[in-house]
Ligand binder design. Structure first.
Ligand SMILES: Cc1cc2nc3c(=O)[nH]c(=O)nc-3n(C[C@H](O)[C@H](O)[C@H](O)COP(=O)(O)O)c2cc1C
Length: 202
């Protein structure tokens, strides 16, 4: 069984989402030692933004030689995702949504004919059957009852993106309010780490 582990926080060892995503992977590895794990750090090895020449090549136009590494990086990211049975993502909230490094990865895996297609009844996901677990960390609180609920474009966005590819039941482990104060951060991180240890096995 293959697990793909992604991190996207720029805060290195100070990152909350990195600690929680690592705890998730540890929990799953302990429960299933035979897991075949691939790790991709989207900030250490960022994928480029999509370019016009990339999109043209993807539609069959002749690719200039200098586009080769970009096409290869794209294919590698897509192949890793397609091969994974489980995807674990560390996803901090930056400016109300995902980091641009994570968006660049999503731009490489949302590929028509590979992860979704347009059928007679509209878009259809082609990547169903994967288990996706996301460690999200947010500086504030965005619950439905809060004044900031309408600014939540992290969890809602990721749920939509994976749902579009046919992946339902995405599991989110949130650490919220980590910028409200040290006590909020400590309690929230402890709760998320505890939730990670309670995850169902792979
Ligand atoms: C560039 C940047 C933008 C941020 N934007 C928001 C935001 O819009 N809303 C929020 O609640 N917290 C925001 N935060 C706080 C982070 O969500 C919080 O620190 C979280 O722990 C980041 O995850 P990480 O520790 O894994 O990097 C921001 C932090 C940074 C560094």
């Amino acid at each position: 069984m293959k697990l793909l582990h992604l991190d996207s926080s720029v805060l290195g060892p100070h990152s909350v989402s990195r600690q929680v995503s690592a705890a998730i992977v540890d929990r799953l590895r302990q429960a299933t030692p035979s897991l075949d794990i691939t790790y991709r750090d989207l900030t250490q090895t960022p994928l480029a933004h999509l370019s016009g020449s990339h999109l043209a090549a993807a539609q069959g136009a002749p690719a200039p030689a200098e586009l080769g590494p970009d096409l290869a990086a794209s294919a590698a990211a897509l192949d890793e995702f397609l091969a994974a049975d489980i995807v674990v993502i560390g996803a901090p909230m930056y400016n109300f949504t995902i980091p641009s490094q994570l968006k660049a990865w999503i731009d490489r895996i949302l590929v028509v004919g590979k992860t979704f297609k347009y059928g007679a009844a509209g878009p259809e996901g082609l990547a169903g059957g994967k288990r996706v677990i996301v460690a999200i960390s947010r500086g504030g609180y965005y619950g439905a009852e809060t004044p900031y609920a309408a600014g939540e474009h992290l969890e809602t966005y990721l749920r939509w993106v994976f749902g579009f590819m046919g992946i339902t039941g995405v599991e989110f482990i949130p650490a919220d309010g980590v910028q409200v104060g040290p006590d909020h951060r400590e309690k929230s991180l402890a709760g998320a780490l505890q939730a990670a240890t309670s995850l169902r096995a792979a």
